[in-house]
Write a protein that binds this ligand. Structure first.
Ligand code: ADP
Length: 443
């Protein structure tokens, strides 16, 4: 296949399409996974912030008495509380465990009055965004460009008056680092995956093309064989005609010999064309096949009768052994006749003078078995699988003498398949062969 440009180009195109489609699917999936992970991570951060705000709100609100004033007990809940914007000393992390001070991105808390002026803070919040003051969720940016996610909630005094706001947030640096590493993973992983997909596509395209290529080779071989088989009798006719035309004073005997040669070659051509036509019709499943009740005993008796003269002329003894009687199969009698006839013809043709061809009819469960056994030349094990191929002859020169084109067993096999049977060969080189035909019996 590698040498064939057409197949190589098609394989490349197939691989490119496959890799392209797989790459596009992978790319879309990669982007979808990235977006999904980014969103779930962001939602997880928001959920944590909201939970923290909720629990601080529940524990602090009962202590609030006057709007804008923080009760000293709030410091017990938030030990790092820095009131009035004074410079606070760093807080011992263990005291504000609730705010995750030991995390890379700890939470901050900011209390503001109703006009959003800062009253107290824990950790270091980013500067407030005056444009988004009233919103629950805000994304803030500090002077270094770091981004923060913040949630605000109204606090009320124990008397139910609005007290001010509690704002809890945390830096998004960790989240951004996570997204950046995810991007790097996808940007490096996707090209590596694409290269692997490209290799796999090339290999898969090769696998997919192989059966097509095999059929293409078979058709090429078949065309070459058919042309060769047709050329031989045509060349013989041409040579005979040319010789005759070149003969001066052609007498009647010479003319008759020429015509006999032409008739013989013509018959060979007609037989070949008929066989090819039959095979192609069977391939296309357009060969009319009758469904008759065929009696195999009668069929074998008829064949033995017909081939008796041929066997005598080949000095071969043709014997019949019917071991099960009244065996009927459903099929086309003419085709079944042709099938067994091909096996008997071969058995006689490839037998030595003085040999025996034994024809047997047996029954095994619901199957009829016809065996054609000869004591002829036999077939080497390596050749046994190939003899059913079209135009295949074990020994081209030797078979030439028999006049066969190598289509007999191919036709036999095609007929067997049409009748849902099987045809097997057992052979020992130099000793003989047994062809075993199995056909389902009529039920
Ligand atoms: P052909 O027309 O050449 O006989 P077939 O398709 O009938 O073609 O057989 C294919 C080849 O199988 C033959 O050329 C022959 O070499 C081999 N073969 C078939 N039957 C026998 C047999 N009974 N004994 C030995 N060789 C056989």
């Amino acid at each position: 296949m590698h040498q064939n440009r057409l197949f190589n180009r098609t394989r490349l195109q197939l691989a490119a399409w496959y890799a392209g489609v797989m790459g596009a699917i992978l790319g879309v999936c990669g982007v979808a996974v990235y977006l999904h992970l980014a969103e779930t991570h962001f939602e997880a951060i928001a959920g944590e912030i909201q939970t923290l705000v909720g629990s601080l709100h529940d524990s602090i609100e009962p202590m609030l008495e006057k709007p804008g004033e923080l009760h000293p007990r709030v410091r017990q809940i938030l030990p790092g509380l820095c009131v009035g914007g004074q410079l606070c000393r760093p807080v011992k992390t263990s005291h504000i465990h609730v705010l995750g001070a030991d995390y890379q991105d700890p939470y901050y808390v900011r209390f503001t009055n109703l006009s959003f002026q800062t009253l107290a803070t824990v950790n270091t919040p980013p500067p407030p965004d005056s444009a988004a003051q009233g919103k629950n969720w805000q994304i803030l940016t500090d002077e270094k460009g770091r981004r923060y996610h913040q949630f605000s909630m109204v606090l009320t005094t124990s008397a139910g008056q609005p007290w001010g706001y509690i704002q809890v947030g945390r830096s998004l640096s960790g989240y951004q680092r996570y997204l950046a590493s995810l991007k790097v993973f996808l940007l490096i992983g996707l090209p590596i995956a694409m290269v692997s997909i490209g290799g796999a596509s090339w290999w898969l395209a090769g696998l997919a093309m192989q059966p097509v290529y095999n059929s293409y080779r078979q058709i090429q071989q078949f065309t070459a064989d058919a042309a060769h088989e047709l050329r031989t009798p045509l060349a013989a006719i041409q040579a005979t005609v040319e010789t005759t035309l070149g003969t001066e004073n052609l007498n009647l005997i010479e003319a008759q010999t020429t015509l006999q040669t032409i008739t013989r070659q013509n018959q060979r051509l007609a037989q070949l064309v008929q066989d090819l036509l039959m095979l192609s019709r069977m391939d296309l499943k357009v060969l009319p096949t009758k469904h008759q009740n065929c009696c195999l005993d009668d069929l074998l008796h008829d064949l033995v009768e017909e081939f008796a003269a041929f066997a005598i002329s080949a000095k071969v003894s043709l014997e019949l052994s019917i071991q099960a009687q009244d065996l009927y199969v459903v099929g086309d009698e003419e085709q079944l006749y042709r099938l067994v006839m091909n096996l008997i013809t071969n058995a006689i043709q490839y037998s030595y003078p003085g040999g025996t061809v034994m024809l047997r009819l047996l029954k095994e469960d619901s199957t009829a078995i016809i065996q054609v056994e000869d004591t002829g030349v036999g077939i080497e094990t390596a050749e046994q699988a190939r003899i059913f191929d079209r135009f295949y002859r074990v020994n081209q020169d030797r078979s030439r003498q028999t006049g066969g084109a190598g289509l007999g067993l191919a036709i036999a096999q095609a007929i067997v398949e049409l009748h849902k049977g099987s045809l097997k060969v057992q052979s020992q080189f130099g000793k003989g062969s047994i062809f075993t035909l199995r056909l389902p019996l009529k039920t």
